[in-house]
Design a protein. Structure first.
Length: 389
């Protein structure tokens, strides 16, 4: 039994055993209702690693008395799906329900996901898909429309501590693992119960007499930030970075900047976004911001990391503290809308270039003067636009 990972041994068997996710498991909440009704429903469970997606799927199957078949989209193909469907047909004839659980469902391509549709629609199978990626982008729309999307949150630190204490009690190790060690394990977990239990197990194997924070530190080493440079976390963090600068919150700005740098984000990507921000959000309130951001981008390109961190923190702080103006951005949007509405309006004849005598005789550039701030009596916009305003 000890060869089975601790996280697997401690996996909850009923909804009452599950710690956390109260927005789904509290009295009257959706998963409670599904279990109470004994009627399986197709679900997409979206949440970070270690948040309990597989555990909840297994509990649902057990509670509604359905056969639970598990596939991983990483290792399974179309033939595996076909075998499940054939087995589900046999269950149907025996009046047995089938729940197909597909882990990492976002790894299946469109054609593979399409294969589920008729069987979900007919009720032959109830599909529970688990994904760490935003299902809006990774799961086909017809499948989404036939499923309920449930969002699982990372475990809070308090949840992780409760999970660890439960495991320690079950193992009979309460006198061995210190409170400081448990707190440190929770800090390192990043809300991932599997990581927390894995580090606990490793720490107990390293020192069977006493597990302290130092033992945990040696066993677990540094936690790798949960940050995928092509995934949703990448976009969420950069979005929070931009919005914090826009809100002039220096502390939050530098916090998200630190997370990106610590996770190995491309510093040129960060610098590019600051260049855009300088025009989009500071604009006319501080014309020097664009030059500062451009200098930052050039410095990052020339210096590289880790030294260019100084530049990024310097300029991010300056942009966050700067006065903000969306005037230039609003003017841009207005101008773009006008150009789309009147894409072919002829340029007023008095504004046209007149390099020849014939063109001048025809009225090209008539009454136009080469003077600073010269305003022509007929204005500058095409007549079609002037008359419509």
């Amino acid at each position: 039994m000890e060869r089975v990972p601790l996280a697997e041994r401690m996996r909850p068997q009923t909804l009452d055993d599950v710690i956390g996710q109260t927005h789904l498991l509290g009295q009257g909440e959706i998963l409670r209702q599904i279990v109470k009704s004994k009627e399986p429903v197709s679900l997409i469970l979206w949440g970070p690693p270690g948040s309990g997606k597989t555990t909840l799927a297994r509990i649902i199957a057990r509670e509604v008395e359905a056969e639970f078949i598990e596939l991983s989209a990483v290792t399974s193909g179309k033939k595996d799906v076909e075998k499940v469907i054939e087995h589900a047909k046999q269950n149907w004839n025996l009046q047995l329900r089938t729940i197909l659980f597909v882990d990492e469902i976002h790894r299946f391509n469109k054609a593979q996901q399409d294969a589920f549709l008729p069987h979900v629609e007919s009720g032959l199978i109830s599909l529970i898909g688990a994904t760490t990626e935003n299902p809006s982008f990774e799961v086909i729309t017809p499948l989404l429309s036939r499923s309920r999307v449930l969002v699982l949150e990372p475990h809070s630190k308090a949840d992780i501590i409760s999970i660890l204490n439960h495991a320690i009690n079950e193992l009979g190790k309460t006198k061995i693992v210190t409170a400081e060690a448990i707190d440190y394990l929770a800090e390192l977990s990043g809300g991932d119960a599997r990581v927390a239990l894995g580090n606990l197990e490793l720490s107990l194997n390293m020192n069977k007499r006493k597990v302290t924070a130092d033992v945990v530190k040696t066993a677990a080493q540094k936690r790798v930030p949960g940050y995928d440079k092509k995934g949703e976390m990448h976009y969420n963090v950069i979005s929070a970075f931009i919005k914090s600068m826009r809100g002039s919150d220096v502390e939050a700005t530098l916090y998200y900047l630190s997370r990106m740098i610590d996770a190995g984000e491309d510093p040129k990507f960060i610098a590019r976004r600051m260049v855009i921000f300088a025009s989009e959000d500071i604009g006319l309130a501080g014309n020097g911001a664009l030059g500062l951001a451009l200098n930052a981008f050039e410095a990052v390109e020339r210096i590289g990391m880790p030294e260019s961190s100084y530049v990024l923190y310097h300029v991010a702080t300056a942009l966050a503290r700067s006065k903000k103006s969306r005037e230039a951005t609003s003017l841009m949007y207005d101008a773009q809308a006008l150009a789309k509405k009147y894409p072919d309006s002829p340029v007023p004849i008095h504004l046209r270039n007149a390099p020849t005598k014939l063109m001048k005789d025809l009225g090209y550039a008539k009454d136009y003067k080469w003077e600073a701030d010269f305003k022509h009596d007929k204005g500058f916009l095409p007549d079609e636009i002037t008359k419509s305003s």
